[in-house]
Design a protein around this ligand. Structure first.
Ligand SMILES: *Cc1c(COP(=O)(O)O)cnc(C)c1O
Length: 429
């Protein structure tokens, strides 16, 4: 495939945008090469500036669960745009999408809409601190909760020490309030709680991890977190920005029947427009301004275009009783197919999957946390990525990303993807 125009556009972009991109992973630093500039997308396919057609397994990093340019969503946006695009005043649409989200998701009474997943997680943490009157939070290595300061922390010397900021610009003062634990490791969490008695406001977790590849919670992990939180008056925050409205109508809370205290949303909830949200039971949400003292606001929050897109998306998902089963079946089919060809080609691998989230790790050991995710062979991943790209298959340009399966993918698309994986890995061993 040719990427001349993309290459040229990337050169132009780098002159005026840092690194040529508005979000770092897009720059292909993890895999090398030149990012692809998109012209349009429809259903399961992307069309780039060089007129290549790619089968898309990123889907805007999750939102396009029904495929690109899904007609009811596009219609909702275009209809509402004619009425004006922003008012900074309440609209009926906001109440409608809030009511629908609350109907679909268990254990939430009220929801506040923001403009991104980052904002949702940042605000959820502030709310948890305001509600519990405690300062510290526990997060898990390899979990991503957006780019606000409190979350840009990695393990310093061992997971039980205070976090060291892993981005310049995050102050030590901020970092010291973020404690790091290993995913799927309840003992680790328990030790952190014991060492920081009555100081922990919240534990935030991706209940199915998706930002170190897909990593399912071990049996009992989420339940264990819930019990620890209850015992120590800590709020449990499920960051369902990726999993919400994707793994089930009610997200992981529904899938595994576990209650969280605060839930964060993004991605699917906006139908492809910039939307995030956080939600909880009434007692917690009433701490937010204007009812309570915890401040949180946004000029464009609840924007009519964004709410219309989100409402159309959620309405579709809510009315299609078979959607999550269909997504699960398609992804299972893909998993089985890839598994078989990698086995045939003697490629060492581990595939993790939950519903329509799936990732291929080039390592033989189980991938259960950030440490094991890091053991994957990145050189092989780069070859895999570029090989698939050459076959017209677009997966995320990083070994730490989940593939997102959409309902627009046909079994024909999945078959050609499996065939491409076979071609790419044929001579690897
Ligand atoms: C994408 C993501 C975020 C951040 O959302 P943005 O809209 O990119 O700010 C937060 N948490 C999780 C789990 C995510 O996958």
């Amino acid at each position: 495939m040719q990427y001349q125009r993309s290459s040229q556009l990337f050169i132009e972009a780098q002159k005026v945008i840092p690194g040529g991109v508005n979000s770092p992973v897009r720059a292909f630093k993890g895999v090398g090469g030149t990012p692809i500039f998109v012209k349009s997308a429809k259903g399961a396919y992307l069309y780039d500036e060089d007129n290549n057609r790619l089968i898309d397994y990123i889907n805007s990093w999750g939102p396009m669960i029904l495929g690109h340019a899904h007609q009811p969503v596009i219609d909702a946006i275009t209809d509402i745009a004619k009425q004006g695009t922003s008012f900074g005043m309440p609209t009926e649409l906001e109440t409608k999408i809030a009511a629908l989200a609350i109907e679909m998701v268990p254990n939430i009474d009220k929801i506040r809409f923001v403009n991104s997943g980052t904002e949702a997680c940042m605000s959820a943490i502030r709310l948890a601190r305001g509600f519990t009157k405690k300062d510290k939070i526990i997060k898990f290595a390899g979990c991503y909760h957006g780019h606000s300061d409190s979350f840009l922390i990695q393990a310093g010397s061992g997971a039980s020490t205070f976090g060291i900021p892993n981005s310049p610009g995050v102050t030590e003062g901020t970092a010291k309030d973020t404690l790091l634990a290993n995913y799927n490791d309840l003992n680790n969490v328990e030790a952190l709680i014991a060492a920081n008695k009555n100081q922990i406001a919240a534990i935030i977790v991706e209940p199915v991890a998706g930002n170190m590849g897909c990593i399912p919670p071990k049996e009992g992990f989420l339940k264990g977190l819930q019990l620890l939180c209850n015992a120590h008056e800590i709020l449990l925050i499920f960051d369902e920005v990726m999993t919400g409205f994707r793994l089930a109508k009610g997200g992981v809370q529904e899938l595994y029947n576990i209650k969280a205290d605060i839930v964060c949303f993004g991605k699917v909830i906006g139908g492809g427009l910039p939307v995030g949200a956080f939600a909880a039971r009434e007692e917690i949400m009433n701490h937010l301004a204007p009812l309570g003292p915890v401040y949180q606001a946004g000029t464009l929050s609840g924007n009519p275009l964004a709410m219309a897109a989100g409402l159309a998306m959620l309405t579709e998902l809510n009315s299609d009783q078979a959607i999550y089963k269909r997504l699960d079946e398609k992804t299972a089919y893909l998993e089985k197919g890839i598994q078989e060809v990698l086995d045939q080609n003697n490629v060492i691998h581990t595939i993790n999957r939950v519903g329509s989230m799936i990732s291929v790790h080039f390592d033989a050991n189980p991938v259960v946390d950030f440490e094991s995710a890091k053991r994957g062979d990145n050189e092989l991943f780069k070859k895999f990525f570029h090989g698939l790209l050459n076959e017209g298959i677009y997966i995320a340009p990083s070994a730490y990303e989940t593939w997102f399966i959409t309902d627009a993918l046909t079994y024909e698309d999945l078959d050609s993807t499996i065939k491409a994986v076979a071609n790419v890995t044929r001579f690897w061993s």
